[in-house]
Design a protein around this ligand. Sequence first.
Ligand SMILES: *Cc1c(COP(=O)(O)O)cnc(C)c1O
Length: 358
Amino acid sequence: MSQKSVRLYNPGPINVSDDTFNAMGAAMIGHRGSDFVKLYEDIHPKLQALFGTEGPVYLSTSSAWGVMEAAVRNLTQKKVLNCCNGAFSDKWLNVSERCGIEAEALTAEWGSPISPSSLDETLSEGEFDVVTLVHNETSTGVMNPLNEIAEVVSQYPDVLLVVDTVSSFSAAPINTSENGIDVVLTGSQKALALPPGLALFTVSEKALERANSTPNRGYYFDFLEFHKNWEKMMTPSTPCISLLYGLKHQLNKIFNEGLDERYARHMQLNSMVHDWVEENNFQHFAPKGYRSKSLTCVANNLNIDVPSWIASMKEKHSLIINGGYGKIKGTTFRISNMGDETEESIASMLDALTDTLP
Ligand SMILES: *Cc1c(COP(=O)(O)O)cnc(C)c1O
């Protein structure tokens, strides 16, 4: 590659390995033939294992937001409760409203997790038929207590739970069936370490039934279209076949490493970043017990000039982290440890951070 590459330690898009790019260069195939069916059949059981479901996993040629919007459009008949505690989850409320859907926020402060007991209290009002949750709030580094939240929602049989696992998928386990989650969705450019442009999602039978009686689902993101085509191991429209070659390659790498080993590696690399935070007298933005395993959101309690620090690490070491997102830009910074990273690569990234620290 002729372009000078900068290694990405911002939480997405992240580094894509050369072997993955090479796999993406395989010859094109038609999407209505047996070659495509074979490709889908190859990746499908591995995706089911990662999602923790025996149900269908659909492939959407879009970024994650396509499916996030689709979920509220396909499933809300009464009112959606959007759990809001960071930039991505806050935006989901706005997206629901833009779709003309009745929506309300259940908020927690940025940096705090969603409270299962507040959720219970709100759902007991009986107004809602869908809840959206961002599992790993990439903007704040908070990992919400998914099991407890799913437990609360399961007490309300008419309420469907939709979970964004965009920045936690394949970095931490997701037990879709066990937790009775109705929709789990993710995107390609975070922990899966693929280029952007592909979203993956699973939908429960109960949610498909709901969609069936929801009007105005549109076409491109109609869950029933995905399901009808999935039955033939195909997609409603022409998919991003090259990204699917990359996905097949990444899934083989993931299962060669082993899921438990992969989750353990993410924990280990995350703890290396945490050690660096503490050694350099920074504080965490997220409270203990609710910290993400795939990225670290650091409070800029030392008031350093984050943009000029990032400029110097880019200049001197050809790598970057992220200088904070949304309303906490500058007062926080974020370091990703997701994807194909190793102890060596994370150690050398942390050395570069120390070396350029103002
Ligand atoms: C990155 C991210 C998204 C947005 O994904 P797009 O690919 O931009 O659609 C949504 N949710 C979370 C938690 C994310 O980290």
